[in-house]
Design a protein around this ligand. Structure first.
Ligand code: ADP
Length: 432
């Protein structure tokens, strides 16, 4: 344990707290650990889990005790009367949480059920391996195991968290599908990418019959966070192509000594699972101008990539999209015909583009009437898509904190937290 903890004896939780991921301790314990209501705590029994802490009522909780419900007792692997150690816990808002039903045979009824289940999870603190029980839309409870969370460690579910349900219907693919409607301010660019990629991927026989060479490689360039990866993913989803994401620096470092083998593997997989799109992110790390390269390893990796590109048949069913911030850093040999011979600039969005991107990233939020996306677009000059996405997430966090503060004051329950994001939330997030 990194921080000193307090040892406490486990007693039953309050009925109204059941399944909400809340523990209660007396105020002397709160003070000792410097805890405020609704802070996240770690509870260590035979296992460590996390929960939000609330002050206990004197009559419900004997001194030296912690009130926790059966689900949390299971998560901490302790029984009533046994001991746990309570510490304060750092956490981050969850980007993604993957839940798997405990009992087989559970199926997701539809979008509305995801919305319903997620609503019950907002504000909940989790670590991987925890179990959560959620009242079902149609009545009854359903238990899920937290299979994974991102970022790693203890997280709290927010409105912006992507909650994925495994099992059930194929929520994996469908829920996370990136479509062209998720890309803002790049209509012309997307149109070009579609022309170059969709046609050959969808109708390879056409190219074959006409004896026309389908493109094999595209070089997308532009500042980080402008949506290059997003476009590549969207094209793959929309054409039902197999998508392989290759990160340039990772292939050079993580696979050091095996970079060429790894590249061959990727191209192999693409061929076997065709139609495929290989996305080579930060290609300048894999294929810098050879004049700038000193090491033999780097030279061999560039040569391997060139050979793989040349070895691809121009049948259109495997397309390689390379992305870089600075095209001039890329080995010119890669930009010759038959290799990455189409180039598309992905520009920093203008005001209209920013407006579109803001609209996309506020789609799932309930916005207060005073929120003006026009005004936000006007005052975010220089922001790229990733910045705008972060701004919306951050504004959502402000609203969440405000909602939780109200909840602490006893106005309402976690279940019906009313979360509306206001213009003020956006401006506060901007000022950060
Ligand atoms: P790049 O590959 O150019 O570095 P990404 O595509 O990885 O940028 O963008 C990171 C994130 O930023 C995306 O997942 C998305 O949430 C957001 N984003 C970036 N560009 C756009 C855009 N044009 N429209 C909508 N969202 C965007």
């Amino acid at each position: 344990m990194p921080e000193a903890g307090v040892k406490l004896r486990v007693c039953e939780g309050m009925v109204e707290d059941a399944r909400k991921g809340i523990v209660r301790v007396l105020s002397d314990v709160m003070e000792e650990l410097g805890l405020k209501p609704n802070d996240v705590v770690a509870i260590t029994g035979k296992r460590t889990t996390v929960a939000r802490v609330m002050p206990a009522f004197q009559e419900g909780c004997p001194p030296g005790n912690i009130q926790m419900d059966g689900i949390l007792r299971q998560n901490a692997q302790v029984g009533i009367g046994e001991g746990i150690t309570l510490t304060r816990q750092e956490w981050q808002p969850a980007r993604t949480v993957i839940l798997a039903p405990v009992l087989p045979g559970w199926t997701l009824a539809g979008e509305h059920e995801i919305v319903h289940l997620k609503k019950h999870l907002i504000g909940r603190a989790l670590v991987p391996g925890d179990q959560v029980t959620i009242p079902q839309f149609a009545g009854g409870d359903e238990a899920f195991t937290v299979e994974g969370v991102a970022p790693r460690g203890a997280v709290v579910i927010t409105r912006d968290t992507a909650v994925r349900f495994k099992g059930g219907e194929d929520t994996e693919g469908r829920g996370r599908r990136v479509t062209y409607e998720d890309i803002g301010g790049l209509a012309k660019e997307v149109q070009r990418v579609r022309e170059i990629i969709e046609l050959p991927l969808k109708y390879p026989q056409l190219f074959h019959r006409l004896g026309v060479e389908a493109p094999k490689g595209i070089l997308m360039y532009g500042a980080p966070g402008t949506g290059k990866t997003l476009i590549a993913r969207a094209v793959a989803s929309e054409t039902d192509a197999h998508f392989i994401h290759v990160n340039g620096p990772e292939i050079m470092h993580k696979y050091y000594g095996e970079s060429e083998a790894r590249l061959r593997q990727v191209f192999d997989e693409a061929r076997k699972k065709a139609p495929s799109i290989i996305f080579l992110d930060e290609i300048d790390a894999i294929a810098p101008r050879r004049a700038d390269v000193h090491g033999d390893v780097e030279k061999r990796v560039v040569a391997q990539l060139l050979a793989l590109m040349d070895g691809l048949e121009s049948r259109g069913n495997v397309i390689v999209i390379a992305a870089t911030n600075i095209p001039d850093l890329v080995d010119p040999a890669l930009r010759r015909p038959g290799r990455f011979d189409r180039e598309i600039a992905i520009n920093v969005p203008d005001q209209r583009g920013r407006r579109e991107i803001l609209q996309i990233h506020t789609r799932g939020m309930s916005l207060a009437g005073d929120v003006s996306l026009d005004r936000l677009a006007a005052i975010t000059h220089g922001f790229v898509g990733a910045d705008l996405a972060a701004l919306c997430r951050e504004a959502g966090m402000y609203a969440l904190r405000r909602g939780l503060a109200r909840f602490q004051l006893g106005k309402g329950s976690l279940d019906d937290l009313e979360l509306r994001v206001t213009m003020r939330d956006f401006l506060d997030a901007l000022a950060e």
